[in-house]
Structure formats: structure tokens, C-alpha cells
Design a protein around this ligand. Structure first.
Ligand code: KG4
Ligand code: ZN
Length: 335
């Protein structure tokens, strides 16, 4: 059996996990520096990098101990680490640590695309899932519809041409004077609001699978400037409905075109209650499997990086020790 240590430091989460080749998560530890960033309304790269330096060692040690492994000579067969996309300073901390562990233990090391990691998350919760899958990958940095023919075999059908869905949530929340990150707070407020209270435009009505959230964010700003008396919950509900309408309309179009066995949600916005409901309804309508990740699998974690690393190691072999960070690594590019 192959056992991999995964390391993730692309943004504000410092994470380490031990995963075996049956995609069983033996241990998973996640620390976040989010509290240091709240006051700034977004992740401050310098603070995130420093936090990773302080946290990476203890987080890896906790993941190894929780897996029942020896700290000095752990029975680890490889080390997988996110090498992009993400914040350059943060990525470099994880990369350096991963190389050091791999060298010290004499095992191979493999760089993993963070987005491909998110695509492996459903496998960690259901190892025998059926392919192909249509996956809506929605986070603070990316929004895309991906056709997954099998593990590691994916095609981006469409993606946001401007802001990511989570980014739009965060920017609208900031405009409304809510805390960072904005997604959970808007989601909570929206439960008590009327979705029809604000008239917001329907973006990206074309036949392709591309997405756009920047115009919607501006529309919320304009509408709330014009109707200053509209309740916060109503703004939240109207915005959330517009985001979900666009995502679900594009997902429906993809489901009508591609014959798939299931649909999956991935990324931080996969925690959104309305989106989960809508994707569940679509799956029921098309009579296919629905893979909604648990909260731990929505957010950035190292188990998904270890899983993608297991696949990449088997398919492509180890990465060279001089592998550098790729802050703008696209899902389809080879770094
Ligand atoms: O995947 P993630 O943890 O980090 C990135 O790689 O970006 O996603 C974080 C994003 C943030 O923009 C946050 O506002 C959003 O996910 N988010 C949500 C919800 N929970 C987190 N957006 C909408 N509804 C939620 N319940
Ligand atoms: Zn992510």
C-alpha cells in the first residue's frame, strides 16, 4: 500500500494529511490564519506567508502523530504538495517543507495543482463513485464547470471571465459592511430574505459554459445605492439567488449536453446552502448521483492534495527537486 503525506499552503490554510492509495484519509489537520486577515477584508499575502512558516512544522507533526506514525522515520512513501495556483510566498513555504521532508525520509516528492486537488475531493468521500462527473468548482479564486471522465482526466468546459463566485460574495459582503469572508454571512442572512426584493440582471445568457460575477456585484452596489431602505437580508437573498441562478443554469445546460453518471460540487462556495439545494434538485431531475462535499472537503485541505498526488505520482512519476511554485497554474496547463 502507498501512503502519501499531503501538504497545502496555497492561501490562508496550513494543512497536512496522510492518505492511502484506497483514498482513505488516515489523518487530516487544518490550521487557518483567517483571523489575522479579517480586519483587512481579505487575505494579506505577507501575513499568510509568515503564518505558514510558523505553523507548517507543527501541523505536519500533528498529521503524522494522528496517523500513528513515527515523527522521525514515518512510514510515508511520498510527499505531495500544492505547487500552484496560489500566493507565491505561501506556496513556497509548503514546497520547501515538502522537499525537505522528502529528502530527509528518502521518498519521492510530487507537485500538485490545487484545482486538480479540489477535483479529487469527492473520491475521498466515496472511493467507488461512477464516472463521468460534471463538477462545479467554485471558490474564492476560481469558478468553473469541469467534465471529469475519470480521476485526473478533466476538461474545463467554461470558467469565470472575471471574478470568482466566492470573490463576488466577499466583495458584496464588504460593500454591505459584513465581515470577511462574506460567503457564510450572506448565506446566513439570505435565509430570512426575499429573493425578489432587488431586481438584478441575469449574466451570461449565451450558449457557452463561461461565467461572470463582476457585473452582478456592480448591480448590487447600484441597486442598494438607489434603494437605500431595502433590508440587508433581502439584498443577501437577491444576490444569492442571482449567483445560484447563473451557476445552475449553466450546469443544467452542461447536463443536457453531456451524458454523465453524477454531478459534484467543490471549493469553498460548495458550502452554500442554496447552491447545494439547487444541485441536489438538478441531480434528482436528471436521475444521476449527487456528490455534495462535507464542510471539511469544501474548504482547502491537504487530503485532496495527497489524493491528487497519489494519482500524479502513478501517472507521471515524481517531480524534480528544483520544481518551483506556479502562482498562475491553470488546470489544463503543464507547469
Ligand atoms: O475554496 P476556499 O476555501 O478558498 C479558496 O481557494 O478560495 O473558498 C473560500 C471562498 C470565500 O470566498 C468564501 O466567501 C466562500 O468560499 N464561501 C461561501 C460560503 N462559505 C464559504 N460562499 C457562499 N456561501 C457559503 N456558505
Ligand atoms: Zn481552494
Amino acid at each position: 500500500m502507498t501512503v502519501v503525506l499531503g501538504i497545502e499552503t496555497s492561501c490562508d490554510e496550513t494543512a497536512a494529511a496522510v492518505v492511502d492509495d484506497r483514498f482513505h484519509v488516515v489523518s487530516s489537520v487544518i490550521e487557518s490564519s483567517i483571523d489575522q486577515h479579517r480586519a483587512f477584508g481579505g487575505v494579506v499575502p505577507e501575513l499568510a506567508g509568515r503564518a505558514h512558516v510558523a505553523t507548517i512544522g507543527p501541523v505536519v507533526a500533528r498529521a503524522l502523530l494522528a496517523a500513528g506514525l513515527d515523527l522521525h522515520r514515518p512510514a510515508i512513501d511520498a510527499v505531495a504538495v500544492t505547487s500552484g495556483p496560489g500566493l507565491i510566498g505561501s506556496l513556497l513555504v509548503g514546497l520547501s517543507a515538502a522537499k525537505a521532508y522528502a529528502m530527509a525520509w528518502g521518498v519521492p516528492f510530487v507537485g500538485v495543482n490545487h484545482l486538480e486537488g479540489h477535483l479529487f475531493a469527492p473520491l475521498l468521500e466515496q472511493a467507488d463513485l461512477e464516472w463521468p462527473l460534471l463538477t462545479l468548482l467554485v471558490s474564492g479564486g476560481h469558478s468553473m464547470i469541469v467534465l471529469q471522465s475519470g480521476p485526473g482526466d478533466h476538461q474545463v468546459l467554461g470558467e469565470s471571465i472575471d471574478d470568482a463566485a466566492g470573490e463576488a460574495y466577499d466583495k458584496v459582503a464588504r460593500w454591505l459592511g459584513l465581515g470577511y469572508p462574506g460567503g457564510p454571512e450572506i448565506d446566513r442572512l439570505a435565509q430570512a430574505g426575499r429573493a425578489g426584493a432587488l431586481k438584478l440582471p441575469v449574466s451570461m445568457t449565451g450558449a457557452d459554459y463561461d461565467l461572470s460575477f463582476s457585473g452582478l456585484k456592480t448591480a448590487v452596489v447600484r441597486a442598494t445605492e438607489k434603494h437605500g431602505d431595502v433590508a440587508l437580508a433581502d439584498v443577501a437573498a437577491s444576490f444569492q439567488a442571482a449567483v445560484c441562478e447563473q451557476l445552475l443554469r449553466k450546469l443544467r445546460a452542461a447536463l443536457e449536453h453531456y451524458d454523465v453518471a453524477g454531478v459534484a460540487l467543490a471549493g469553498g462556495v460548495a458550502a452554500n446552502s442554496a447552491l447545494r439545494l439547487g444541485v441536489g434538485e438538478l441531480a434528482a431531475e436528471f436521475a444521476i448521483a449527487c456528490h455534495l462535499p462535507t464542510k471539511e472537503m469544501c474548504t482547502d485541505n491537504a487530503a485532496m492534495i495527497a489524493a491528487a498526488g497519489l494519482y500524479r505520482l502513478a501517472a507521471d512519476g515524481p517531480s524534480p527537486m528544483n520544481l518551483s511554485a506556479s502562482p498562475n497554474w491553470q488546470l489544463v496547463d503543464v507547469p
